[in-house]
Design a protein around this ligand. Structure first.
Ligand code: URA
Length: 216
């Protein structure tokens, strides 16, 4: 007498696995695209913003770019000339240096998210005013909520003061970290500062490596 085989045929199992993958894959894709959809909506809201006079002067809003699912988000200061012309963050000389710094620690620019404290270019690349920062940072706050990275890394004084909520000098803040809302916050020098002070490049790399260790 032969034992009866009650298990489903392999072809049925394969069908079921394909189906399960399809469902799980669909959910995963939905979660990913939700972030992109939310960022898209926020970008559209920002395009309508005229809270600051510099909004009238811009060629392009510089919203931010990169992988919205990245564990790492960098925050710079504000768009310069090239960024204003292209609508992309960190594409000028400071941006090239940032790319080099990232690749020296094994990070590809496209694998992280990069944004700025303010989204419109201050004329002549002056520092952002307190009013511009307070008008623009609610948008940044929302951008951070959507992306919810593991690590937020401030580039330079303006981003670091905002993230750490302090006026402490960069020399005191760099290389340190705090944790807020489950996100590690750290910072280092702005790449434009590194262009003027190349010897600080190694400190930047040390600070970035140290910050990345916190999320490994
Ligand atoms: N400097 C910044 O802080 N941000 C940019 O996008 C470019 C230069």
């Amino acid at each position: 007498m032969r034992l009866q085989n009650n298990s489903p045929p392999v072809s049925d199992l394969l069908k079921f696995m394909k189906y399960a993958n399809k469902i799980m894959g669909f959910q995963w894709t939905a979660a990913r695209s939700d972030k992109s959809t939310e960022l898209f909506k926020l970008n559209n809201d920002l395009k309508k913003c005229r809270l600051c006079t510099i909004a009238e002067l811009r060629h392009n809003l510089v919203f931010g770019e990169g992988d919205p699912n990245s564990d790492i988000m960098f925050i710079g200061e504000g768009p310069g000339e090239k960024e204003d012309l292209t609508g992309r963050p960190f594409v000028g000389r400071a941006g090239k240096l940032l790319d080099q710094m990232l690749s020296s620690v094994g990070i590809k620019r496209e694998s992280v998210y990069i944004a700025n404290i303010i989204k419109c270019r201050p004329p002549g690349n002056r520092n952002p005013s307190n009013e511009e920062i307070s008008n623009c940072t609610p948008y940044l706050k929302r951008q951070i909520e959507i992306i919810h990275p593991k690590l937020l890394f401030g580039l330079g004084k303006f981003a670091s003061s905002y993230l750490f909520e302090t006026d402490a000098a960069m020399g005191k803040l760099r290389g340190t970290h705090i944790k807020k809302d489950g996100i590690i916050i750290s910072c280092s020098y702005h790449p434009a500062y590194l262009l003027r002070n190349p010897s600080a490049g190694n400190l930047f790399i040390d600070d970035l490596k140290k910050a990345i260790k916190c999320i490994e």
